[in-house]
Write a protein that binds this ligand. Sequence first.
Ligand code: ASP
Ligand code: MG
Length: 439
Amino acid sequence: MKVLKFGGTSVGTPQRMKHIGALLTKSDEEKIVVLSAVSGTTNSLVEIIQHFKDGNRELALEKSGALRSSYMTFIGELLENEDRRGRATEIVTQHFGEIDRLIRQPYLPQIEKVIVVQGEMISTNLFYLHLEEAGISSKLIMAADFIYLNENHEPDLTIISNKLKNILSQYREFSLFITQGFICRNVNGGIDNLDRGGSDYSATLIGSALKVEEIQIWTDIDGMHNNDPRVVDKTKPISDLSFEEAGELAYFGAKILHPNCIIPAQQEDVPVRIKNTMNPEAYGTLITSNQSPEAVKAIAAKDGITAIKIKSTRMINAYGFLRRVFEIFEKYKTPVDMITTSEIAVSLTIDNPAFLDDIVDELKGYAKVEVDENQTIICIVGDLVAEHEGVGKEIFHALENVPIRMISYGGSRNNISLLVDSRFKKKSLQYLNKRLFDL
Ligand code: ASP
Ligand code: MG
């Protein structure tokens, strides 16, 4: 069995949905297909929710009406059979009816969660109807029936595996299943989601829970690229990555994968392949437990980083200082990305500044604190063990004209991270591309 996830642009138009239908018939192995919402839909739903939260109900309803009519056009182009078009219209009407009903109620966080996942409910239903029209037999199963979160708000692979196996065993006559990405259920039994971009995570959770042969993430690019194609002109797809490398890249900026999605695949050792819907023949990127030997494989950048320097004379020869520092970050549930230390100071970075003021206030009880906003982490990924001589030299040579705020090396064998002011991001990525990949 394989799991195939198609992202928003891959299901973004009726033609593309049909194209995916055709792709699925190319082999008759068992498949579970995970779909995102049609591209733009989740953003529109987030906007609708914002108007609703702001008390701007009329505007929320107006936007919901506009989104609904875009689906009516979609249905007209996707389906030919009148009866099936009628069923599709009914489904879309029902989902938007629910959205509008919720918008008319007083705001509750749970309402927000129900609204934001409607895009996936609609895309999977429409795709199912298309398959039916194309004569392809499939079974639509509901992600909220088997993707469960635990009390720490993390997916529980054991529950997922048990529930999903149980569902599949009821439909043995089917070899093609369709389900929603992004959607899950929390410990309170409420509808929840795996965060923006979470459909990748849904796919790897499903594939890992069932220990499938391969998890395929179908997107609109020929795999993970060795640098950010939006910033640097010459980039190329990377054919093979280890789980560690892909995890670092996804976490540090490569927008193509959800940062958590590698975790379950790595845990269950299930290969993940990134494929291009528009160019299915291309190899893509294969992510496995194998570490191939190239020293530098890719460069990624993560913006919106805040650097915090914590300086204390009492740190000299002291123990317990770092513990106190980290306890403050823990208290405010703020993850730390990069960290570097010297004898009297420690610098670290966060990407979520929601509690920055509180954190800084508390740190000031122990130390002098300096904050730099608008920073970018540049992450260089590969097999960067010390035996690969010269990598450091090349990196610093490439960046000789860029002020570097922090350097982190040796934390893992796969990553060198540098922190620069975001103004220098483009320049840094270009220089590194030229020097490290000769592109
Ligand atoms: N539709 C959700 C989003 O746009 C989940 C996903 O597409 O992965 O974030
Ligand atoms: Mg995505």
